[in-house]
Design a protein around this ligand. Structure first.
Ligand code: UDX
Length: 476
Protein backbone atom coordinates (compact mmCIF):
# COMPACT_ATOMS: atom_id res chain seq x y z
CA UNK A 1 0.00 0.00 0.00
CA UNK A 2 1.30 3.42 -0.98
CA UNK A 3 2.05 5.44 2.16
CA UNK A 4 1.17 9.06 2.83
CA UNK A 5 -1.83 9.17 0.48
CA UNK A 6 -5.42 9.86 1.37
CA UNK A 7 -7.33 6.71 2.44
CA UNK A 8 -9.72 5.36 -0.15
CA UNK A 9 -12.17 2.58 0.68
CA UNK A 10 -13.79 0.39 -1.97
CA UNK A 11 -17.05 -1.18 -0.77
CA UNK A 12 -18.70 -4.08 -2.58
CA UNK A 13 -21.94 -5.64 -1.25
CA UNK A 14 -23.34 -9.03 -2.22
CA UNK A 15 -26.20 -8.40 -4.67
CA UNK A 16 -29.24 -8.86 -2.43
CA UNK A 17 -31.21 -6.17 -0.66
CA UNK A 18 -30.57 -7.56 2.85
CA UNK A 19 -26.84 -7.20 2.11
CA UNK A 20 -26.80 -3.95 0.10
CA UNK A 21 -28.79 -1.99 2.72
CA UNK A 22 -26.44 -2.45 5.67
CA UNK A 23 -23.42 -1.85 3.39
CA UNK A 24 -24.98 1.46 2.32
CA UNK A 25 -25.46 2.41 5.95
CA UNK A 26 -21.84 1.61 6.67
CA UNK A 27 -20.84 3.68 3.62
CA UNK A 28 -22.79 6.62 4.97
CA UNK A 29 -21.14 6.30 8.38
CA UNK A 30 -17.67 6.18 6.84
CA UNK A 31 -18.51 9.16 4.61
CA UNK A 32 -19.62 11.13 7.67
CA UNK A 33 -16.15 10.56 9.07
CA UNK A 34 -14.67 12.10 5.91
CA UNK A 35 -13.27 8.98 4.23
CA UNK A 36 -13.14 8.72 0.42
CA UNK A 37 -15.53 5.93 -0.58
CA UNK A 38 -16.19 4.15 -3.85
CA UNK A 39 -19.34 2.04 -3.61
CA UNK A 40 -19.46 -0.70 -6.23
CA UNK A 41 -22.88 -2.12 -6.91
CA UNK A 42 -24.33 -4.56 -9.44
CA UNK A 43 -25.95 -2.55 -12.31
CA UNK A 44 -29.42 -4.05 -12.05
CA UNK A 45 -29.64 -3.61 -8.27
CA UNK A 46 -28.36 -0.07 -8.49
CA UNK A 47 -30.95 0.86 -11.11
CA UNK A 48 -33.79 -0.47 -8.95
CA UNK A 49 -32.54 1.37 -5.90
CA UNK A 50 -32.17 4.63 -7.82
CA UNK A 51 -35.74 4.23 -9.05
CA UNK A 52 -37.34 3.55 -5.69
CA UNK A 53 -35.20 5.16 -3.01
CA UNK A 54 -33.58 8.46 -2.21
CA UNK A 55 -30.14 6.95 -2.66
CA UNK A 56 -28.70 9.76 -4.71
CA UNK A 57 -29.93 12.61 -2.52
CA UNK A 58 -28.71 10.77 0.57
CA UNK A 59 -25.15 10.65 -0.73
CA UNK A 60 -25.04 13.91 -2.68
CA UNK A 61 -23.70 15.80 0.35
CA UNK A 62 -20.50 13.74 0.41
CA UNK A 63 -18.07 15.11 -2.20
CA UNK A 64 -15.66 12.20 -1.67
CA UNK A 65 -18.30 9.53 -2.23
CA UNK A 66 -19.12 7.94 -5.56
CA UNK A 67 -21.12 5.06 -6.91
CA UNK A 68 -19.71 2.71 -9.56
CA UNK A 69 -21.47 -0.25 -11.07
CA UNK A 70 -20.40 -3.61 -12.45
CA UNK A 71 -22.20 -6.52 -14.09
CA UNK A 72 -23.10 -9.76 -12.35
CA UNK A 73 -22.66 -11.42 -15.74
CA UNK A 74 -26.23 -12.68 -15.91
CA UNK A 75 -28.49 -11.81 -18.85
CA UNK A 76 -30.97 -8.93 -18.15
CA UNK A 77 -33.87 -11.38 -18.55
CA UNK A 78 -32.56 -13.51 -15.66
CA UNK A 79 -35.08 -13.74 -12.82
CA UNK A 80 -33.59 -16.51 -10.72
CA UNK A 81 -32.70 -14.14 -7.87
CA UNK A 82 -31.30 -15.83 -4.80
CA UNK A 83 -33.20 -19.04 -5.47
CA UNK A 84 -30.52 -19.86 -8.02
CA UNK A 85 -27.56 -18.91 -5.88
CA UNK A 86 -25.24 -21.27 -7.73
CA UNK A 87 -25.91 -19.54 -11.11
CA UNK A 88 -25.20 -16.15 -9.59
CA UNK A 89 -22.03 -17.30 -7.87
CA UNK A 90 -20.69 -19.03 -10.97
CA UNK A 91 -21.39 -16.01 -13.08
CA UNK A 92 -19.79 -13.63 -10.60
CA UNK A 93 -16.73 -15.78 -10.29
CA UNK A 94 -16.17 -16.06 -14.03
CA UNK A 95 -17.33 -12.62 -15.21
CA UNK A 96 -17.44 -10.12 -12.32
CA UNK A 97 -14.27 -11.15 -10.53
CA UNK A 98 -11.87 -10.69 -13.47
CA UNK A 99 -13.66 -7.48 -14.41
CA UNK A 100 -13.26 -6.12 -10.89
CA UNK A 101 -9.53 -6.80 -11.06
CA UNK A 102 -9.29 -5.08 -14.41
CA UNK A 103 -11.21 -2.05 -13.08
CA UNK A 104 -8.92 -1.88 -10.05
CA UNK A 105 -5.74 -2.01 -12.14
CA UNK A 106 -6.93 0.44 -14.81
CA UNK A 107 -7.82 3.13 -12.25
CA UNK A 108 -11.48 3.04 -13.28
CA UNK A 109 -12.35 2.71 -9.60
CA UNK A 110 -10.11 5.64 -8.63
CA UNK A 111 -6.77 5.38 -6.84
CA UNK A 112 -5.82 1.89 -5.65
CA UNK A 113 -7.95 1.43 -2.52
CA UNK A 114 -6.42 1.45 0.94
CA UNK A 115 -8.71 -1.45 1.75
CA UNK A 116 -11.75 -3.25 0.36
CA UNK A 117 -14.84 -3.72 2.49
CA UNK A 118 -16.23 -6.82 0.85
CA UNK A 119 -19.39 -8.70 1.71
CA UNK A 120 -18.17 -11.88 3.37
CA UNK A 121 -20.87 -13.89 1.59
CA UNK A 122 -18.71 -13.71 -1.53
CA UNK A 123 -15.24 -13.42 -0.09
CA UNK A 124 -13.96 -15.35 -3.16
CA UNK A 125 -14.33 -12.08 -5.10
CA UNK A 126 -10.86 -10.81 -4.10
CA UNK A 127 -7.71 -12.96 -3.96
CA UNK A 128 -5.73 -11.59 -1.06
CA UNK A 129 -2.48 -12.87 -2.60
CA UNK A 130 -2.92 -11.24 -6.02
CA UNK A 131 -1.08 -7.97 -6.73
CA UNK A 132 -1.83 -5.27 -5.81
CA UNK A 133 -2.31 -6.67 -2.32
CA UNK A 134 -5.19 -4.81 -0.77
CA UNK A 135 -6.32 -5.63 2.79
CA UNK A 136 -9.83 -7.05 2.79
CA UNK A 137 -12.24 -6.23 5.61
CA UNK A 138 -15.04 -8.80 5.37
CA UNK A 139 -18.44 -7.47 6.29
CA UNK A 140 -20.87 -10.23 7.26
CA UNK A 141 -24.37 -8.83 7.38
CA UNK A 142 -25.74 -11.63 9.57
CA UNK A 143 -25.84 -12.04 13.36
CA UNK A 144 -22.77 -13.28 15.24
CA UNK A 145 -24.80 -16.28 16.46
CA UNK A 146 -25.66 -17.45 12.95
CA UNK A 147 -22.11 -16.74 11.73
CA UNK A 148 -20.85 -18.94 14.54
CA UNK A 149 -23.40 -21.65 13.78
CA UNK A 150 -22.26 -21.70 10.14
CA UNK A 151 -18.60 -21.90 11.22
CA UNK A 152 -19.36 -24.88 13.43
CA UNK A 153 -21.00 -27.01 10.73
CA UNK A 154 -17.86 -28.83 9.48
CA UNK A 155 -17.14 -30.07 13.03
CA UNK A 156 -20.76 -31.10 13.51
CA UNK A 157 -20.56 -33.16 10.33
CA UNK A 158 -17.26 -34.68 11.41
CA UNK A 159 -18.66 -35.63 14.82
CA UNK A 160 -21.73 -37.23 13.21
CA UNK A 161 -24.17 -34.69 14.73
CA UNK A 162 -25.14 -33.78 11.16
CA UNK A 163 -26.86 -34.59 8.85
CA UNK A 164 -30.25 -34.23 10.48
CA UNK A 165 -32.06 -37.55 10.14
CA UNK A 166 -35.49 -36.37 9.09
CA UNK A 167 -38.30 -34.49 10.84
CA UNK A 168 -38.24 -36.70 13.96
CA UNK A 169 -34.62 -35.67 14.58
CA UNK A 170 -35.26 -31.91 14.42
CA UNK A 171 -35.60 -31.34 18.18
CA UNK A 172 -32.31 -33.07 19.06
CA UNK A 173 -29.96 -30.68 20.90
CA UNK A 174 -26.70 -29.78 19.20
CA UNK A 175 -23.76 -30.43 21.50
CA UNK A 176 -20.29 -28.98 21.92
CA UNK A 177 -20.66 -25.65 20.10
CA UNK A 178 -19.04 -23.15 22.46
CA UNK A 179 -21.40 -20.37 23.54
CA UNK A 180 -24.45 -22.30 22.36
CA UNK A 181 -24.72 -25.17 24.85
CA UNK A 182 -28.35 -26.13 25.54
CA UNK A 183 -29.60 -23.56 23.06
CA UNK A 184 -29.51 -24.92 19.55
CA UNK A 185 -31.61 -27.80 18.31
CA UNK A 186 -31.09 -29.24 14.83
CA UNK A 187 -34.15 -27.18 13.88
CA UNK A 188 -32.31 -23.96 14.71
CA UNK A 189 -29.24 -24.48 12.55
CA UNK A 190 -28.99 -22.41 9.36
CA UNK A 191 -31.56 -23.93 7.01
CA UNK A 192 -29.09 -25.31 4.50
CA UNK A 193 -27.91 -27.87 7.04
CA UNK A 194 -31.40 -29.42 7.06
CA UNK A 195 -30.80 -31.17 3.79
CA UNK A 196 -29.92 -34.81 4.24
CA UNK A 197 -27.00 -34.53 1.83
CA UNK A 198 -24.12 -32.67 3.48
CA UNK A 199 -22.39 -32.16 0.15
CA UNK A 200 -25.27 -29.94 -1.00
CA UNK A 201 -23.63 -27.02 -2.89
CA UNK A 202 -25.48 -24.23 -1.07
CA UNK A 203 -24.43 -25.61 2.32
CA UNK A 204 -20.83 -26.08 1.21
CA UNK A 205 -20.80 -22.60 -0.28
CA UNK A 206 -22.22 -20.85 2.81
CA UNK A 207 -19.91 -22.68 5.19
CA UNK A 208 -16.83 -22.09 3.00
CA UNK A 209 -17.56 -18.36 2.70
CA UNK A 210 -18.05 -18.08 6.46
CA UNK A 211 -14.75 -19.80 7.17
CA UNK A 212 -13.02 -17.76 4.47
CA UNK A 213 -14.35 -14.49 5.89
CA UNK A 214 -12.80 -15.25 9.27
CA UNK A 215 -9.38 -15.31 7.55
CA UNK A 216 -9.70 -11.75 6.25
CA UNK A 217 -7.66 -8.81 7.55
CA UNK A 218 -10.68 -7.94 9.70
CA UNK A 219 -14.28 -8.97 10.22
CA UNK A 220 -17.07 -6.41 10.47
CA UNK A 221 -20.36 -7.45 12.09
CA UNK A 222 -23.65 -5.59 12.33
CA UNK A 223 -24.22 -6.44 15.98
CA UNK A 224 -23.35 -5.08 19.40
CA UNK A 225 -21.30 -6.38 22.26
CA UNK A 226 -24.07 -6.39 24.90
CA UNK A 227 -26.27 -8.56 22.68
CA UNK A 228 -23.78 -11.18 21.55
CA UNK A 229 -20.71 -10.91 23.81
CA UNK A 230 -20.28 -14.65 24.53
CA UNK A 231 -20.51 -15.55 20.84
CA UNK A 232 -18.27 -12.68 19.77
CA UNK A 233 -15.58 -13.89 22.14
CA UNK A 234 -15.79 -17.36 20.56
CA UNK A 235 -15.43 -15.87 17.07
CA UNK A 236 -12.47 -13.75 18.23
CA UNK A 237 -10.53 -16.93 18.98
CA UNK A 238 -10.55 -17.65 15.23
CA UNK A 239 -10.60 -14.12 13.96
CA UNK A 240 -9.06 -11.68 16.45
CA UNK A 241 -9.75 -8.45 14.59
CA UNK A 242 -13.51 -7.91 14.83
CA UNK A 243 -15.38 -4.65 14.63
CA UNK A 244 -18.90 -5.05 16.08
CA UNK A 245 -20.46 -1.78 14.99
CA UNK A 246 -24.22 -2.35 14.94
CA UNK A 247 -27.06 -1.80 14.91
CA UNK A 248 -26.01 0.20 11.85
CA UNK A 249 -29.35 1.93 11.28
CA UNK A 250 -29.33 3.23 14.86
CA UNK A 251 -25.66 4.09 14.58
CA UNK A 252 -26.36 6.20 11.53
CA UNK A 253 -29.26 8.00 13.19
CA UNK A 254 -27.15 8.86 16.23
CA UNK A 255 -24.36 10.33 14.11
CA UNK A 256 -26.48 12.31 11.68
CA UNK A 257 -26.54 15.99 12.53
CA UNK A 258 -29.98 17.35 13.43
CA UNK A 259 -32.69 15.88 15.60
CA UNK A 260 -34.72 14.10 12.95
CA UNK A 261 -33.94 13.83 9.27
CA UNK A 262 -36.60 15.14 6.87
CA UNK A 263 -38.73 12.41 5.21
CA UNK A 264 -36.87 12.71 1.91
CA UNK A 265 -33.64 11.85 3.70
CA UNK A 266 -35.06 9.04 5.86
CA UNK A 267 -33.18 5.96 4.71
CA UNK A 268 -35.45 3.93 2.48
CA UNK A 269 -34.61 0.32 2.10
CA UNK A 270 -36.29 -1.13 -0.92
CA UNK A 271 -36.63 -2.21 -4.50
CA UNK A 272 -40.30 -1.25 -4.39
CA UNK A 273 -42.14 2.03 -4.10
CA UNK A 274 -42.61 2.87 -0.40
CA UNK A 275 -46.26 3.26 0.51
CA UNK A 276 -46.27 5.96 3.20
CA UNK A 277 -50.06 5.94 3.48
CA UNK A 278 -49.74 3.31 6.20
CA UNK A 279 -48.26 5.95 8.52
CA UNK A 280 -51.50 7.95 8.36
CA UNK A 281 -53.43 4.72 9.00
CA UNK A 282 -51.21 4.05 12.04
CA UNK A 283 -51.79 7.60 13.32
CA UNK A 284 -55.49 6.71 13.63
CA UNK A 285 -54.87 3.53 15.73
CA UNK A 286 -54.61 3.38 19.54
CA UNK A 287 -51.21 3.11 21.22
CA UNK A 288 -49.54 -0.34 21.01
CA UNK A 289 -52.59 -1.87 19.34
CA UNK A 290 -51.17 -2.93 15.96
CA UNK A 291 -49.14 -6.00 14.94
CA UNK A 292 -46.74 -5.15 12.13
CA UNK A 293 -46.30 -8.12 9.76
CA UNK A 294 -43.38 -8.17 7.35
CA UNK A 295 -41.29 -10.98 5.92
CA UNK A 296 -38.44 -8.99 4.34
CA UNK A 297 -37.42 -8.75 0.72
CA UNK A 298 -36.91 -12.39 -0.29
CA UNK A 299 -39.35 -14.70 1.53
CA UNK A 300 -42.13 -16.13 -0.59
CA UNK A 301 -45.09 -18.12 0.63
CA UNK A 302 -47.70 -20.37 -0.88
CA UNK A 303 -51.39 -19.45 -1.12
CA UNK A 304 -52.19 -21.78 1.77
CA UNK A 305 -49.65 -20.27 4.09
CA UNK A 306 -50.84 -16.83 3.15
CA UNK A 307 -54.45 -17.75 3.95
CA UNK A 308 -53.47 -19.28 7.31
CA UNK A 309 -51.67 -16.08 8.29
CA UNK A 310 -54.61 -13.99 7.19
CA UNK A 311 -57.13 -16.10 9.14
CA UNK A 312 -54.84 -16.17 12.17
CA UNK A 313 -54.48 -12.40 12.17
CA UNK A 314 -58.21 -11.84 11.73
CA UNK A 315 -59.09 -14.48 14.36
CA UNK A 316 -56.72 -12.89 16.87
CA UNK A 317 -59.04 -9.88 16.95
CA UNK A 318 -56.03 -7.53 16.79
CA UNK A 319 -55.31 -4.74 14.34
CA UNK A 320 -52.53 -5.41 11.86
CA UNK A 321 -50.42 -3.74 9.22
CA UNK A 322 -49.16 -6.30 6.73
CA UNK A 323 -46.52 -5.86 4.02
CA UNK A 324 -47.48 -8.02 1.06
CA UNK A 325 -44.66 -7.50 -1.43
CA UNK A 326 -45.57 -7.68 -5.12
CA UNK A 327 -43.70 -11.00 -5.52
CA UNK A 328 -44.37 -12.47 -2.08
CA UNK A 329 -47.31 -14.82 -2.58
CA UNK A 330 -46.70 -17.31 -5.33
CA UNK A 331 -43.33 -15.66 -6.04
CA UNK A 332 -44.04 -13.84 -9.29
CA UNK A 333 -43.18 -10.15 -9.57
CA UNK A 334 -46.19 -8.00 -10.35
CA UNK A 335 -48.73 -10.55 -9.12
CA UNK A 336 -49.24 -10.32 -5.42
CA UNK A 337 -51.50 -13.35 -5.44
CA UNK A 338 -53.78 -11.77 -2.81
CA UNK A 339 -57.31 -12.79 -3.69
CA UNK A 340 -59.55 -9.71 -3.83
CA UNK A 341 -61.84 -11.31 -1.26
CA UNK A 342 -59.06 -11.49 1.31
CA UNK A 343 -58.01 -7.93 0.66
CA UNK A 344 -61.59 -6.80 1.09
CA UNK A 345 -61.91 -8.66 4.40
CA UNK A 346 -58.73 -7.06 5.67
CA UNK A 347 -60.03 -3.52 5.56
CA UNK A 348 -62.03 -3.94 8.75
CA UNK A 349 -59.11 -4.07 11.14
CA UNK A 350 -56.09 -4.32 8.96
CA UNK A 351 -54.05 -2.49 6.39
CA UNK A 352 -52.00 -4.05 3.61
CA UNK A 353 -49.22 -2.31 1.70
CA UNK A 354 -46.75 -3.45 -0.95
CA UNK A 355 -43.71 -2.00 0.82
CA UNK A 356 -43.60 0.01 4.05
CA UNK A 357 -41.14 2.51 5.52
CA UNK A 358 -40.26 -0.20 8.02
CA UNK A 359 -37.97 1.68 10.37
CA UNK A 360 -40.54 4.45 10.77
CA UNK A 361 -43.37 1.96 11.14
CA UNK A 362 -41.59 0.06 13.92
CA UNK A 363 -40.92 3.32 15.75
CA UNK A 364 -44.60 4.34 15.54
CA UNK A 365 -46.50 4.62 18.82
CA UNK A 366 -49.33 2.40 17.50
CA UNK A 367 -47.10 -0.66 16.96
CA UNK A 368 -47.31 -3.28 19.72
CA UNK A 369 -45.78 -6.36 18.09
CA UNK A 370 -43.75 -7.48 15.07
CA UNK A 371 -44.45 -10.70 13.16
CA UNK A 372 -41.20 -11.15 11.26
CA UNK A 373 -39.20 -13.68 9.25
CA UNK A 374 -36.19 -12.92 11.51
CA UNK A 375 -33.95 -11.52 8.78
CA UNK A 376 -31.09 -9.91 10.62
CA UNK A 377 -31.86 -6.33 9.55
CA UNK A 378 -35.49 -6.68 10.62
CA UNK A 379 -34.45 -8.27 13.91
CA UNK A 380 -32.13 -5.37 14.72
CA UNK A 381 -34.80 -2.86 13.72
CA UNK A 382 -37.30 -4.61 16.02
CA UNK A 383 -34.77 -4.62 18.87
CA UNK A 384 -34.00 -0.91 18.59
CA UNK A 385 -37.70 0.00 18.35
CA UNK A 386 -38.39 -2.01 21.53
CA UNK A 387 -41.09 -4.13 19.88
CA UNK A 388 -41.59 -7.79 20.95
CA UNK A 389 -41.39 -10.24 18.05
CA UNK A 390 -43.11 -13.32 16.73
CA UNK A 391 -40.62 -15.14 14.54
CA UNK A 392 -41.48 -17.15 11.46
CA UNK A 393 -38.01 -17.82 10.05
CA UNK A 394 -37.69 -19.20 6.55
CA UNK A 395 -34.10 -19.83 5.57
CA UNK A 396 -30.38 -19.33 6.17
CA UNK A 397 -29.47 -17.32 9.29
CA UNK A 398 -33.11 -16.62 10.16
CA UNK A 399 -33.54 -19.99 11.89
CA UNK A 400 -30.74 -19.28 14.34
CA UNK A 401 -31.77 -15.65 14.87
CA UNK A 402 -35.29 -16.65 15.90
CA UNK A 403 -33.96 -19.15 18.45
CA UNK A 404 -31.80 -16.46 20.04
CA UNK A 405 -34.73 -14.02 20.04
CA UNK A 406 -36.89 -16.44 22.00
CA UNK A 407 -34.49 -18.49 24.14
CA UNK A 408 -31.47 -16.26 24.78
CA UNK A 409 -32.61 -12.66 24.57
CA UNK A 410 -36.20 -13.54 25.54
CA UNK A 411 -37.63 -10.70 23.47
CA UNK A 412 -40.08 -12.69 21.38
CA UNK A 413 -41.65 -16.04 20.54
CA UNK A 414 -40.46 -18.53 17.93
CA UNK A 415 -43.13 -19.89 15.57
CA UNK A 416 -40.60 -21.84 13.53
CA UNK A 417 -41.94 -24.45 11.09
CA UNK A 418 -45.64 -23.87 11.76
CA UNK A 419 -48.11 -21.27 10.52
CA UNK A 420 -51.60 -22.69 11.02
CA UNK A 421 -54.24 -20.09 11.86
CA UNK A 422 -54.65 -21.26 15.48
CA UNK A 423 -50.97 -20.88 16.26
CA UNK A 424 -50.80 -17.50 14.52
CA UNK A 425 -53.79 -16.18 16.50
CA UNK A 426 -52.42 -17.56 19.78
CA UNK A 427 -48.94 -16.14 19.29
CA UNK A 428 -50.33 -12.75 18.31
CA UNK A 429 -52.43 -12.65 21.47
CA UNK A 430 -49.52 -13.88 23.58
CA UNK A 431 -47.30 -11.05 22.37
CA UNK A 432 -50.00 -8.39 22.48
CA UNK A 433 -51.46 -9.38 25.85
CA UNK A 434 -51.06 -12.76 27.59
CA UNK A 435 -47.26 -12.87 27.76
CA UNK A 436 -46.63 -9.19 27.18
CA UNK A 437 -45.41 -8.38 30.70
CA UNK A 438 -42.91 -11.20 30.66
CA UNK A 439 -41.51 -10.05 27.30
CA UNK A 440 -41.48 -6.29 27.78
CA UNK A 441 -38.78 -6.23 30.52
CA UNK A 442 -36.08 -7.80 28.31
CA UNK A 443 -37.40 -5.94 25.22
CA UNK A 444 -36.98 -2.53 26.86
CA UNK A 445 -33.63 -3.44 28.39
CA UNK A 446 -32.25 -4.77 25.06
CA UNK A 447 -33.42 -1.65 23.20
CA UNK A 448 -31.63 0.53 25.77
CA UNK A 449 -28.43 -1.48 25.40
CA UNK A 450 -28.65 -1.26 21.59
CA UNK A 451 -29.03 2.50 21.67
CA UNK A 452 -26.31 3.10 24.22
CA UNK A 453 -23.88 0.92 22.21
CA UNK A 454 -23.95 3.46 19.35
CA UNK A 455 -23.77 6.57 21.55
CA UNK A 456 -20.45 8.23 22.23
CA UNK A 457 -18.33 5.87 24.33
CA UNK A 458 -20.57 2.84 23.61
CA UNK A 459 -19.00 -0.39 22.34
CA UNK A 460 -20.19 -0.07 18.72
CA UNK A 461 -19.29 3.62 18.64
CA UNK A 462 -15.76 2.82 19.85
CA UNK A 463 -15.37 -0.12 17.44
CA UNK A 464 -16.33 2.10 14.49
CA UNK A 465 -13.84 4.77 15.62
CA UNK A 466 -11.16 2.10 15.94
CA UNK A 467 -11.97 0.78 12.48
CA UNK A 468 -11.72 4.25 10.90
CA UNK A 469 -8.45 4.84 12.71
CA UNK A 470 -7.09 1.47 11.53
CA UNK A 471 -8.02 2.29 7.93
CA UNK A 472 -6.22 5.63 8.22
CA UNK A 473 -3.17 3.87 9.70
CA UNK A 474 -2.91 1.66 6.61
CA UNK A 475 -1.86 4.79 4.70
CA UNK A 476 0.73 6.11 7.14
C1 UDX B 1 -31.78 -11.30 3.65
C2 UDX B 1 -31.99 -12.55 4.44
O1 UDX B 1 -33.25 -13.09 4.25
C3 UDX B 1 -31.70 -12.34 5.88
O2 UDX B 1 -31.90 -13.52 6.59
C4 UDX B 1 -30.31 -11.87 6.06
O3 UDX B 1 -30.08 -11.66 7.43
C5 UDX B 1 -30.08 -10.62 5.26
O4 UDX B 1 -30.46 -10.85 3.90
P1 UDX B 1 -34.21 -10.03 3.92
O5 UDX B 1 -34.91 -11.32 3.83
O6 UDX B 1 -34.60 -8.98 3.01
O7 UDX B 1 -32.63 -10.19 3.89
O8 UDX B 1 -34.49 -9.55 5.44
P2 UDX B 1 -33.91 -8.43 6.37
O9 UDX B 1 -32.49 -8.70 6.72
O10 UDX B 1 -34.81 -8.37 7.52
O11 UDX B 1 -33.96 -7.09 5.53
C6 UDX B 1 -35.14 -6.53 5.07
C7 UDX B 1 -34.97 -5.02 5.00
O12 UDX B 1 -36.03 -4.50 4.22
C8 UDX B 1 -35.03 -4.34 6.35
O13 UDX B 1 -34.02 -3.37 6.45
C9 UDX B 1 -36.39 -3.67 6.36
O14 UDX B 1 -36.44 -2.44 7.05
C10 UDX B 1 -36.64 -3.44 4.90
N1 UDX B 1 -38.09 -3.42 4.61
C11 UDX B 1 -38.82 -4.56 4.68
C12 UDX B 1 -38.68 -2.22 4.29
O15 UDX B 1 -38.02 -1.17 4.26
N2 UDX B 1 -40.00 -2.20 4.02
C13 UDX B 1 -40.76 -3.32 4.05
O16 UDX B 1 -41.95 -3.21 3.78
C14 UDX B 1 -40.16 -4.54 4.39
Amino acid sequence: MEKGVEPHVLMFPFPALGHVNPMLKLAELLSLSGLRITFLNIHSIHQRLILHTNLQSRFSCFPKFRFQTITDGLPPSYTGGLTKLSHLVRSMETVTKPLLRQMLLSGELGPIPTCIILDGFFSFMVDSNAEPRIPVFCFRTVSACSFWAYSSIPELIQEGQLPVKGEEDMDRMIEGVAGMENILRCRDLPSFSRVGDQTEPILRYSVAQTIESSKAHALILNTFEDLEAPILSCIRRRCPNIYAIGPLHAHLKSRHPGEKSPPELESSNGYWEVDRSCLAWLDAQPSKSVVYVSFGSVTVMGDNQFREFWHGLVDSGRRFLWVVRPNMVGGKDGENGVPARLEEGTKERGCMVGWAPQEEVLAHEAIGGFLTHSGWNSTLEGIVAGVPMICWPQFADQLTNSRFVSEVWKIGLDMKDVCDRKTVAKMVNDVMENRRNELMGPVIETAKLAISSVEEGGSSYCDLERMIHDIQLLCR
